[in-house]
Design a protein around this ligand. Structure first.
Ligand code: ATP
Ligand code: MG
Length: 424
């Protein structure tokens, strides 16, 4: 029997990997333009970190975590999201107290979900987390940053910003009471998960995908009517900042996010292009989390974007694939020429840091090699046959126009390559 990939785990073949790399480059540039520092932390943490931060009664902790005992019997979990680990790291290494931090990271996350398009059991997130800033200005800046990423990736017209405020812990509790009171009247019509949540985690019912439950919810009280004065003010100021920047958004009072640690600002960037997997980025403020995990009270706000969904969005657009990234293809005929071809490749890579060279390996007919040269996307083919080797020359064939091929001596090759690098 053939061994296959674990269910829900994806391979990244060149075309998709290329998009990931491109997204990574863009993201890296933009984070750096906003003064963020890149960090990394382990993909495994003690299980408690997630149960205490993400929340016991959330989908993630209840049914999506890869949790197991390691050989010393400690319960560990493959990280289902980045914020908890980032906070743990920042706290443990003294990055938080009395400091302002803008951090970002990128890497794999793991959730045991039903695999489908845009939903995998290993997926990639890029996250940004900011510490030590309580005002709405950093919330706004973070939204500008994400908008700039969409802009640069060419998907800005495919995503919309949905915004909400969850208020303070107290205002959230007051809302929760009123929601429970309302929903209790319809208890038996709710889906089973929501019935259970009525007791354990009622806010999460707003996330329910069940149409019946959604219909009942359309008349339910809304969180925004319960906000405390400071949260109302914070939200109004944030909206003003977005308006001043002419940034479009919708206030969506049902956005509560699937994790327990949020307060005040929460947001999602959504698209219609990916069906039920429509959220490409989500985030918000989590002022209580650092303290909850044993640190001193530290205001914080962050977001995570799912690279897999972004890549799907970009794949649907034309022109993201491009060539394979080869400039020069070297073909050869005969043993002596084959050895020379390898050396020529090395020499070009020594001399031109930038130039991308593919040396044909494995012999074969000349015609077949030229076909490969053409498919490689290279600008030129350098051809070495017995004649060339004897004469110390190289044949140059332009693969992208009909001009005649010509022979040059090795030392004139520089000019040819320079021209390619410049025209790229
Ligand atoms: P959903 O409602 O689609 O399950 P979520 O609210 O669980 O999303 P978050 O925890 O906010 O997602 O994670 C942030 C982003 O990570 C999501 O917006 C999405 O782009 C991506 N993401 C989350 N889960 C998956 C997954 N299983 N596969 C691929 N991407 C994912
Ligand atoms: Mg989810």
């Amino acid at each position: 029997m053939k061994i296959q990939a674990v269910r829900g785990m994806q391979d990244l073949l060149p075309e998709k990997q290329k998009i990931f790399r491109h997204v990574d480059d863009v993201v890296r540039r933009i984070f750096s333009a906003y003064g963020y520092s890149e960090v990394d932390f382990p993909v495994i943490e003690y299980t408690q970190l997630f149960s205490r931060s993400v929340g016991e009664a959330t989908d993630i902790v209840e049914k999506e975590m890869y949790t197991f005992d390691d050989r010393s019997g400690d319960s560990v979990t493959l990280r289902p999201e980045g914020t908890a680990g980032c906070v743990r790291m920042a706290q443990e290494n003294g990055l938080l107290f009395n400091q302002i931090q803008r951090l970002w990271y990128s890497g794999p996350m793991f959730r045991y979900e039903r695999p489908q398009k845009g939903r995998y059991r290993q997926f990639s997130q890029v996250g940004g987390e900011c510490f030590g800033m309580a005002g709405p200005d950093i919330d706004a800046e973070l939204l500008f940053l994400t908008a700039r990423i969409w802009q640069e990736l060419g998907v800005a017209d495919q995503v919309t910003l949905e915004l909400n405020s969850m208020g303070s812990v107290e205002s959230r509790k007051a809302y929760e009471r009123s929601l429970v009171e309302f929903l209790s009247r319809f208890r038996s019509s709710l889906d089973p998960d929501s019935q259970r949540r009525l007791d354990s985690n009622p806010l999460r019912i707003l996330d329910s995908k069940d149409p019946n439950t959604q219909a009942i919810l359309s008349d339910a009280p809304v969180l925004i009517d319960f906000l405390d004065r400071e949260s109302t003010e914070h939200f109004a100021q944030l909206r003003q900042m977005l308006d001043d920047a002419q940034m479009a958004y919708e206030v969506n009072p049902t956005i509560v996010r699937g994790l327990d640690y949020y307060n005040r600002t929460v947001f999602e960037w959504t698209t219609r292009a990916l069906g039920a997997q429509g959220t490409v980025c989500g985030g918000g403020r989590y002022d209580g989390l650092v303290e909850q995990l044993g640190g001193r009270p530290t205001p914080a706000v962050g977001f995570a974007m799912g690279l897999d969904r972004l890549a799907l969005l970009m794949l649907e657009q034309t022109d993201t694939a491009g060539g394979s990234g080869i400039d020069v293809f070297i073909a050869s005929m005969g043993d002596a020429a084959r050895a020379r071809a390898l050396l020529l490749g090395e020499q070009l890579r020594d001399q031109f840091q930038d130039v991308r060279v593919q040396v044909h390996c494995g012999g074969g007919k000349f015609k077949a090699q030229l076909k490969k040269a053409d498919q490689s996307g290279a600008q030129i083919a350098l051809i070495l046959g017995e004649d060339e080797v004897k004469a110390g020359e190289i044949t140059v064939k332009n693969l992208r126009d009909e001009s005649d091929q010509y022979r040059i001596t090795g030392k004139n090759l520089d000019k040819v390559i320079d021209k390619i690098v410049l025209s790229r």
